[in-house]
Design a binder for this molecule. Structure first.
Ligand code: ATR
Length: 275
């Protein structure tokens, strides 16, 4: 029998994981079954237990269960602990290990696919929710010169920085949107949920310079208000989160299967034109 995996969420119809993982498996010559499971709200543990009883080897987790996934697992990686959220679990007998590959997938997309090293760069993260929580440590691992985290609720950004990096790292600063100064960032990442509502965070054109990479972590929404402003402001590169989506999946596949799949085919397949 092929090894059994699934993505668990509610709703789940929108998930691309059941497209991506079988593509990886085929390219690697592996036989897997990958299901889409809509868990009733409040019944994540029951849903996962039933999947394990059928022989499930691992799951991906999407909204709204990423926090439940951490609570469920018997072991949590450092990334899952820092993010307070998991997007992959591996089942090992009675144990279950929670991981979070969103941040590492984002960084791999920026550095490897988009060929934009972060070392020595000025990076701006918009938002202080789960997406920024997951992204911050992997970004700092690339040794940028500065990381700014802007949020409407500044206390939330302050708390995130204190949790993730403590007070010792003076390269990281939390602020409100009105305190972003002269801008001109090398990389601007929209890690707010604004694009899901086709809304624009309160940002100005001056944040973007002619060499800026503008990256919306949201995927498949076309030219979001954030990307439109970046494009109109002359940002060098404007991209959405399709590469991050595929790269985090590749990390999970590697973790589960021990083989790192090539990601270019899946990225090309899932890319939606930005217009
Ligand atoms: P997630 O886990 O998806 O990141 P979250 O924890 O609810 O979701 O965080 C959503 C983030 O998007 C928050 O930083 C939120 O800002 P506030 O904390 O100030 O509310 C941000 N956000 C959502 N819509 C926004 C908008 N239209 N403009 C700016 N920030 C927005």
């Amino acid at each position: 029998m092929p090894d059994l995996y699934a993505v668990v969420g509610n709703p789940i119809a929108q998930s691309k994981s059941p497209v991506i993982h079988p593509m990886f498996a085929e390219a690697c010559g592996h036989r897997i079954t990958y299901e889409r499971i809509e868990s009733p709200l409040g019944q994540f543990a029951e849903t996962v237990n039933a999947f394990r009883a059928r022989g499930g080897a691992g799951i991906n987790i999407t909204a709204p269960f990423k926090l439940d996934a951490v609570a469920y697992a018997t072991e949590k990686s450092t990334a899952a602990k820092i993010a307070g959220a998991a997007n992959a679990i591996k089942f090992e007998g009675a144990n279950s290990v929670a991981e979070n590959f969103d941040g590492v997938g984002l960084v791999r997309d920026i550095v490897a696919n988009l060929r934009t090293p972060l070392r020595g760069k000025r990076v701006l993260l918009l938002g202080a929710g789960g997406a920024t929580r997951g992204a911050l440590s992997p970004i700092l691992g690339e040794l940028p010169s500065e990381v700014w985290i802007a949020n409407r609720d500044v206390a939330k950004a302050d708390a995130l920085v204190a949790d993730v990096v403590g007070t010792a790292n003076s390269n990281v600063r939390a602020c409100g949107y009105e305190s972003l100064g002269e801008g001109g960032f090398d990389v601007v990442l929209n890690a707010t949920s604004s694009s899901l509502a086709q809304a624009l965070p309160p940002i100005e054109a001056k944040l973007f310079a002619g060499s800026t990479l503008a990256y919306d972590l949201t995927y498949g929404k076309g030219l979001t208000p954030f990307l439109r402003l970046a494009k109109e402001s002359g940002a060098a590169q404007c991209v959405d989160g399709v590469g991050m989506l595929v790269e985090q999946a590749a990390e999970a596949f590697y973790w589960w299967r021990g083989v790192r799949p090539s990601t270019s085919q899946a990225i090309t397949h899932l890319t939606v034109p930005l217009n």
